[in-house]
Design a protein around this ligand. Sequence first.
Ligand SMILES: [Fe+2]
Length: 213
Amino acid sequence: MKPTPGRRKLLTVLGLLPAGLLPAGLLASTTASADTTRQTASAAAGPFYPTPSMRFPDIDNDLVKIESRVREAGGEILQLSGQVTTVAGEPLPGVRIEIWQCDVNGRYLHTKDNNSATADPDFQGFGFTVSDEAGRYAFRTIKPVSYPGRTPHIHVKLLHGDTELITQLYLKDHPQNERDGLYRRMSAAERATVDMTVVEQGDVLMTEINLVV
Ligand SMILES: [Fe+2]
């Protein structure tokens, strides 16, 4: 993709500032891949949602680093961020956002995952955060990988009062998407709400996706 002026500006700024210091809305204006006029497509939670007893004591928004462990998770680091809004575009602060996904070897942090692959002991597997005053959220995780039967995806659960939204985020244009039963079931408009466009920044990958409830 040829960089647009806005994207070049973004990359320049990213070289100077840690992601956490980015002006709110800058990423959204340049790399947003989600259709914010439509509610984010919901999806089943699937069989591998880690219940509290399965989780590490560390359940923060950095899934790459488990507190008390020296090494970081295997895989490509992905900065996942965005804004939680209503369909009308109003920011929603105070929304609890949970994510869970398999590790670089395709194993979930779940006692019922029968995948014979060796689990990565340094991948947190589950994390949560709460959207800030501007509805913004951020996670540091790994670029999702496939496991038997599924194209790469990140599971997301939003909890806001009585409202709960469960969805799965995908790598836009990943070749396995078209062979994935759950992905194929979605319309083009629904896919547009959950397709992550990943941008490279040095050795870090970034994606911005808005979650609309
Ligand atoms: Fe899954």
